[in-house]
Design a protein around this ligand. Structure first.
Ligand code: SIN
Length: 476
């Protein structure tokens, strides 16, 4: 296997730890590696190294930083297959999806290598005849990035590429379930000639104490987290004491609405793409599928035919569309949601049960209603829950009836309704006649309890800079 690092990466060096933890392949539970189990003290060392490196990294020209980022991007693209294989082995997603993730991840590096050179300031007409006002954007400092297991590569690059481009340095704490992809990125960062201390990865089994250090160490000026809403709230509370800048990309409860004038085949395809990507384990997966009453029979029949074709198995095998769930906890959550739904009247025409190991059969659940837990909670599995609605007003109310506000989708042709519904949905991102919204060129992020901050796009560097205003007086 290429990319076999199991040590932490601190200050440009690989740090061996006597204490390690096992990383397993969710396909068959075999052990892939024993990885360095860092503690709070290691986090302090990494933060100190990042702080030292910040003093010179911030002084490079944007073009110099851009060149190093471009080299890192190129190395990722040269190694797509090896990085994707590693990702599939530790995370389980099908190889084609893993290759897609590596390219998606690299696209953030390419984008921000370019954006590095466009971190413009501003000049504002002064408030007095002798006054001039100028604005500059300065890198915020050391950034702590805490990243999840469902996108072990792309959630790192999406955070650290804009940070590095702006002149910040980073300490990354990847998920203990998928640290190898993070370490592979560190290997390539070394090859790309990032100066020591600019890019650090600390791996650990117990995320709590490292999370505490990243949110309370005064040298860390910003924490960016992707993961569950409950952990996000804890990190936010911890960071509050120092009023540390935070970005949170948290859970979702995405509505997927199909209006009667929609192209039903396109809506079914969009629904499959948004529901079953990564076996339903993404924050932007459709969680509640609302179909207008008079097209429900046709939509559900077509959706069920497609769901039945999904092949489960080892992500490394050709033709596999659905890999394993990440762990037992994920499976028991799905089972509980389905049991609750069935006990309240839902029907399961397709799937509905687990298979050997960590596999869960792709499932269609119908006759679902808002009294069921599945309406409120993020499923994070291959379960399509279909609801029925009659009017636009009713479906808007249902779609917004959640504390989450990450992604929403709808299909329909009436352009006036497209505007009305887009404006009425209380979400950070809306897919209109598409189930795929993720791209480096658009601002990814949520509102309400799905978090704040935007990743990707021309807005993606805003979270990593301080805006400074300089008021010039006596200009006469
Ligand atoms: C996520 O699930 O958090 C990210 C998904 C994406 O970037 O598309």
């Amino acid at each position: 296997m290429k990319f076999t690092h199991t040590e932490a990466y601190i200050n440009g060096e690989w740090m061996v730890k006597n204490k390690t933890f096992a990383v397993t392949n969710p396909f068959d539970n075999t052990e892939i590696a024993q990885v360095a189990d860092c503690d709070r003290n290691d986090a302090k060392i990494a933060i100190e190294a990042a702080h030292q490196a910040f003093q010179s990294w911030r002084k490079l020209t944007a073009n110099e930083r851009s060149k190093i980022l471009k080299k890192w991007y190129q190395l990722q693209m040269e190694n797509v297959d090896a990085l994707a294989r590693l990702l599939t082995i530790e995370q389980g997603k099908p190889l084609a999806e893993a290759q897609g993730e590596i390219k998606y991840g690299a696209s953030f590096v390419e984008w921000f290598a370019e954006e590095a050179r466009r971190l413009y300031g501003d000049v504002i007409p002064g408030h007095g005849s002798d006054k001039r006002i100028t604005i500059i954007k300065q890198p915020i400092g050391v950034v702590g990035a805490i990243t999840p297991w469902n996108f072990p590569n792309a959630m790192i690059t999406r955070k650290v590429a804009p940070a590095l481009a702006a002149g910040c340095t980073v300490v990354i704490k990847p998920s203990d379930l998928t640290p190898l992809s993070a370490l592979a990125l560190a290997e390539l960062a070394g090859q790309a000639d990032f100066p020591p201390g600019v890019f650090n990865v600390i791996t650990c089994k117990n995320p709590v104490e490292i999370g505490e250090e990243l949110t309370t160490n005064p040298l860390v000026k910003k924490v960016s987290f992707t993961g569950s809403t409950s952990v996000g709230k804890r990190l936010l509370k911890q960071a509050a004491d120092q009023v540390k800048k935070v970005s949170l990309e948290l859970g979702g409860n995405a509505p997927f609405i199909v209006f009667e004038d929609a192209d039903i085949d396109a809506a079914v395809d969009g629904c499959m793409a948004s529901k079953f990507r990564n076996a339903g384990q993404t924050c932007v997966c459709s969680n509640r599928i609302f179909v207008q009453e008079n097209i429900q029979a046709e939509f559900t029949r077509k959706l069920s035919e497609k769901i039945k074709t999904l092949k489960l198995g080892n992500g490394l095998e050709e033709g596999v569309a659905i890999g394993p769930m990440i762990n037992e906890k994920a499976i028991s959550k799905i089972e509980k949601l389905l049991d609750d739904a069935v006990s309240k009247g839902a029907k399961i025409p397709v799937g509905g049960s687990k298979k050997k190991g960590l596999f869960f059969n792709p499932t269609l659940v119908c006759a679902v209603n808002p009294a069921m837990n599945i309406f409120k909670e993020e499923i994070f599995g291959p379960v399509a829950a279909v609801y029925s609605f009659e009017t636009e007003a009713e479906v808007i109310q249902l779609a917004n009836d959640t504390e989450y506000g990450l992604a929403a989708y709808f299909y329909g042709k009436d352009y006036a309704r497209i505007w009305r519904v887009s404006e009425a949905l209380e979400y950070g991102m809306v897919g209109i006649n598409t189930g795929m919204i993720s791209t480096a060129v658009a601002p990814f992020g949520g509102i309400k309890e799905s978090g704040f901050g935007r990743e990707g796009s021309k807005y993606g560097m805003d979270d990593f800079v301080n805006i400074k205003y300089m008021c010039w007086g006596g200009v006469s």
